[in-house]
Design a protein around this ligand. Sequence first.
Ligand code: HEC
Length: 111
Amino acid sequence: MKYLLLITIIYINLNGAYSELLFNGNCITCHKTNNLNKSAPTIQEIQKEYKNAFPNKEEFVSYMSRWVLNPKEKTSLMQDKIEFYGLMPDLAYDENTLKEIAEYIFDNNFK
Ligand code: HEC
């Protein structure tokens, strides 16, 4: 019983660190936390826009991961950003990876 709890705690920790790595490795090059990068909206802007549209985490994660899987102007929540930066490129990730990243974007407090 003790070990089960320990393993669960380790699992949750690793899982959190892993999704942070996924985000930092794949998204932060374009979606920085400051406005110095003029090639894409900041991650805070995206988080805010998506949380406004989907306060529920499940819906947030579902919509965001599907959108990133297949970026399209028609289904975008940020039309003004497309006009400004152009449509985000298709990065060809699998949906499960994108779900983990979207969960991280929902949960994390970006500064
Ligand atoms: C090569 C640069 C680049 C990379 C890498 C990138 N993005 Fe983007 N992304 C953009 C640009 C530019 C926009 C703004 C235009 C748009 O919305 O399509 C954008 C917009 C978005 C949006 C808003 C979509 C909407 O509703 O319009 C989401 C969500 C998003 N990115 C998530 C991600 C995630 C998650 C990753 C990492 C897996 C990622 N992006 C990696 C360039 C990038």
